[in-house]
Design a protein around this ligand. Structure first.
Ligand SMILES: CCCC/C=C/CC(=O)SCCNC(=O)CCNC(=O)[C@H](O)C(C)(C)COP(=O)(O)OP(=O)(O)OC[C@H]1O[C@@H](n2cnc3c(N)ncnc32)[C@H](O)[C@@H]1OP(=O)(O)O
Length: 296
């Protein structure tokens, strides 16, 4: 289902998004600050600074479910059409977990049509973020595996909280699955080929010190300074004339984007056939059960 159709489905009677204030509401914050809210995404915009902070709030772990992907997509589209916004900082509404990555329940025990719809939504969000004309920063205030790491890698810079519990990386192989080529390319563009090959084969989750050393993040700062640092770095990015920064960003990312655009359908088919395998379903079920058992 395309974004528009998924949005309609979310707005059907009974949907939890129905009645949510996706538009902006005037309220407190700094002078002129505005807040907008959907169920899973909170936007705090500061038009004077030209920056919006987009906060994930999809408890318990900010996983990227189909609904979360859709709401984030809507929210980003609105911001892209808002002339007062030139930069976005992505962060978690509550510290602890930036995002646990793709929602595993979307990839387990469903039918091929669902897998295809889910994967298309993952592609759409990546394309929207990676091609965004806005300056994007990630204020990583929690642990950041797999799809969470991918989100942060679409940004122009990453600030990570200095907490050894907060690890970051594409750990797919540890689950018995693998990072598709465009996840890999996004990481290669950030840390280079050799470091990516090692990180992906071993499914490494880096501590803040390791992430800084390998170049996966640009700065590691005390936990209570992640957002303020991300905002102050944003002002450097916004000091550059938009057209010059945007042309440069497009030039740097075009080849990677074109690869996915060219192979989009095949990538969906590959995902569906891989994830539908009995052996892969078994591996994912075992992983999910392990996660759930911890709590019961
Ligand atoms: C070709 C294939 C390509 C596919 C690519 C996939 C990329 C991905 O993103 S796959 C997802 C990878 N993510 C992970 O490996 C992270 C898994 N989660 C964790 O390690 C921990 O949950 C985390 C460290 C994030 C947080 O730990 P805790 O604070 O201790 O929380 P819990 O582990 O107790 O989790 C609470 C609750 O959430 C459920 N959960 C966790 N992660 C996910 C997820 N990614 N998707 C769906 N659900 C998730 C977990 O099972 C718990 O559920 P309940 O016990 O039922 O409450």
């Amino acid at each position: 289902m395309a974004l528009v159709a998924r949005v309609r489905a979310l707005l059907l009677p009974g949907s939890r998004l129905r009645g949510a204030t996706l538009g902006r509401a005037a309220n407190g914050g700094g002078a002129g600050a505005r807040r907008a809210l959907s169920h899973r995404v909170l936007v705090e915009a500061d038009p004077a600074a030209g920056v919006a902070v987009v906060k994930f709030r999809n408890p318990p772990v900010n996983s990227l479910s189909l609904e979360m992907l859709t709401e984030l997509g809507i929210c980003l589209e609105k911001l892209e059409n808002d002339k007062t916004v030139r930069g976005i900082v992505l962060t978690a509404d509550r510290p602890g977990i930036f995002s646990a990555g793709l929602d595993l329940t979307e990839m387990c025990g469903r039918n091929p049509a669902h897998y295809a719809e889910f994967w298309k939504a993952v592609q759409e969000l990546w394309l929207r973020l990676y091609q965004s004309n806005m300056a994007l920063g990630a204020a990583i205030n929690g642990t950041c595996p797999a799809g969470g790491c991918l989100l942060s890698l679409t940004c122009d810079y990453r600030i990570l909280a200095d907490n050894p519990k907060y690890t970051i990386g594409l750990n797919e192989t540890q689950l018995g699955i693998f990072a598709p080529f465009w996840f890999k390319d996004t990481m290669v563009n950030t840390i280079g080929h050799r470091a990516t090959e090692r990180a992906l084969q071993l499914g490494l989750l880096f501590t803040p010190a390791e992430a800084l050393q390998v170049g996966l993040v640009d700065q590691v700062v005390p936990e209570d300074q992640v957002q303020s640092t991300a905002l102050s770095v944003m002002s450097q990015w916004l000091a550059i004339p938009d057209h010059a920064r945007q042309l440069t960003k497009t030039m740097m990312r075009k080849a990677t984007v074109d690869q996915l655009l060219k192979h989009r359908e095949a990538d969906i088919q590959n995902f569906v056939s891989f994830i539908s395998r009995d052996s892969i379903q078994k591996v994912l079920q075992v992983y999910l059960q392990k996660l759930r058992k911890k709590n019961h």
